[in-house]
Design a protein around this ligand. Sequence first.
Ligand code: GTP
Ligand code: MG
Length: 235
Amino acid sequence: MNQEMNGVDTDSYQENGYEKIDYVFKVVVIGDSAVGKSQLLSRFTKNEFCFDSKSTIGVEFQTRTVTIKGKVIKAQIWDTAGQERYRAVTSAYYRGALGAMLVYDITKRPSFDHVARWVEELRAHADNSIVITLIGNKADLVDLRAVPTEDAIEFAEEQGLFFSETSALSGDNVDTAFFRLLEEIHGVISKKNLECVNGKSNGGDVQALKGSKIDVISGAELEISEMKKLSACSC
Ligand SMILES: Nc1nc2c(ncn2[C@@H]2O[C@H](COP(=O)(O)OP(=O)(O)OP(=O)(O)O)[C@@H](O)[C@H]2O)c(=O)[nH]1
Ligand SMILES: [Mg+2]
């Protein structure tokens, strides 16, 4: 655990019998198959890495509780398959997401070439104010690099995305990238709440970006079962 990041995990909260959550932030992880989405999630939430991880089928989520600017935030991070045939129904997956990690593999050019399509999907299905971070993963595979960092920086600037290169394997930059995203979401929400208090709200956005203080797990389970139902219908 990176103490410099002011992070604490869910377990330590539970051990102390202390669970005071100020916000729940839903973050979705997207990108082509095998770019390392599930391993990034595993590294961030459990500090684990698995060499022979299997392709994700359907939808999973994991949580980690962190402190940002004095607020206890439960990051609820959703992971789905990059492979089209295993992917959950899109709109249900993106519903309520405040942030997105869009991952490509620095050793696989096509995974970077497809990033524009993933951005389009986000713009079509997610809230307008969603905070997006572009992640070039597998940065440990230096000799196999196929995507120059400059190309990714240029794309991120054009599209207004944050950008980091990470290695789920070594753990390099993983916490930093997630914390940056969560801090940014917190900033957006604080601003929206302030506008709301000052009566400058333009309606729907504030509701959508509030974060949630409800019973997270049952809410998430509800959405998963809803997605399963929808998936079944589309077969
Ligand atoms: N060298 C290296 N390998 C990685 C890294 N991250 C993931 N991998 C490997 O890449 C493969 C795919 O990782 P996953 O996390 O399962 O990929 P995914 O994006 O979740 O794939 P789908 O579930 O099919 O969409 C696995 O063999 C991992 O061990 C990394 O940072 N460095
Ligand atoms: Mg996966």
